[in-house]
Design a protein around this ligand. Sequence first.
Ligand SMILES: *[C@@H]1O[C@H](CO)[C@@H](O)[C@H](O)[C@H]1NC(C)=O
Ligand SMILES: *[C@@H]1O[C@H](CO)[C@@H](O)[C@H](O)[C@H]1NC(C)=O
Ligand SMILES: *[C@@H]1O[C@H](CO)[C@@H](O)[C@H](O)[C@H]1NC(C)=O
Length: 330
Amino acid sequence: MEREASAAGQSCLLFGGKVSANAGVLFFVLVIAASWEEWWTYSGISGPEFWGVLNPEWHLCSRGRSQSPINLYPELLLFSPHLKPFRLESVKTSATMINTGHDILLQLSESASVNLTGGPLQYSYVISQIRIHHGDDSSQGSEHSIGRRFFPAEIQLLGFNSDLHRNFTEAMNARSSEGLVGLSVMLRIGNVSHPEFKAISSQLSKVVYRDQRASIERIDVSRLFPNTKEYMTYSGSLTQPSCNEGVRWIVINKALHISRLQISSLRKLMQGDILNPKASLSNNFRPLQPLNNRVVYTNIDFRHQNEERCPSMQRNMHYKTSPLHPNTMY
Ligand SMILES: *[C@@H]1O[C@H](CO)[C@@H](O)[C@H](O)[C@H]1NC(C)=O
Ligand SMILES: *[C@@H]1O[C@H](CO)[C@@H](O)[C@H](O)[C@H]1NC(C)=O
Ligand SMILES: *[C@@H]1O[C@H](CO)[C@@H](O)[C@H](O)[C@H]1NC(C)=O
């Protein structure tokens, strides 16, 4: 179905041209609070349409106007010459991988901070978690889409503003406008396995069921990123309850290729625990949210594209890119 592109394990997303009493009460409250996490799902009566009413703290899931994910319309991107390349520190760090029943979460060790600066960011951020969204077949899985085209999976690096906050939870609870950052890379399926993704995929068989954990000794998250400085950026939200806004999203303009074996190890994961595995964890993506009045910026200067880079969209046009041609994506 899909034609494979570059051998380098990466390919452009945007193609151009076409491109007591008290104690008792307290206990009760704690039990409820702890179980909220288990209540929401990606389908049915606890699915995305109902997240906002399941828990009053999650009202932004239904009432927020700057929600994520969104579809990125190539023809509506606004080029900004002020967007500099971002800098993701190359650091070897350890991580704990957890099957949350909603997704695969990598909680990065705090001992070595993976800093993210520059690009559209006014502050310094520290990446503290990685989340993976994937589909049961290659036509779906990613949360963001490009010209309404979805990818088999999406890796999201989530970080907090380390100039203003001490950790992710604090930044999330502060609900400040520049509190969090999300760095997103789309995955596609190629012939070769991706060496850094192997640090994750080789451990997935240990976290098939909910609450299972595995340690990842060494991962350099910067190596999960394709070699490009081109990105699209907008202001959005967490894509899971509580759907907090104040997340600056940066979507990389290149996909990362992983092998069929690597994607199939994601598709074997389950939502439930070992006694009650429930359904597959696949298709853990939130539906697209309205853009409303937001603008999506890009640093891709379509005027100055040469052949080695992703093909140009339109020459001599500063503020408009041509529509994505479906057949040029693969
Ligand atoms: C992948 O392998 C198939 C069959 O071996 C081959 O036809 C195809 O060109 C390869 N694709 C890439 C991107 O190397
Ligand atoms: C990362 O940022 C922290 C402060 O947020 C700083 O202390 C540390 O030196 C930075 N690390 C690198 C490698 O720049
Ligand atoms: C986050 O920081 C707050 C202080 O602002 C602290 O109370 C809390 O324990 C920290 N959380 C984690 C997970 O380290």
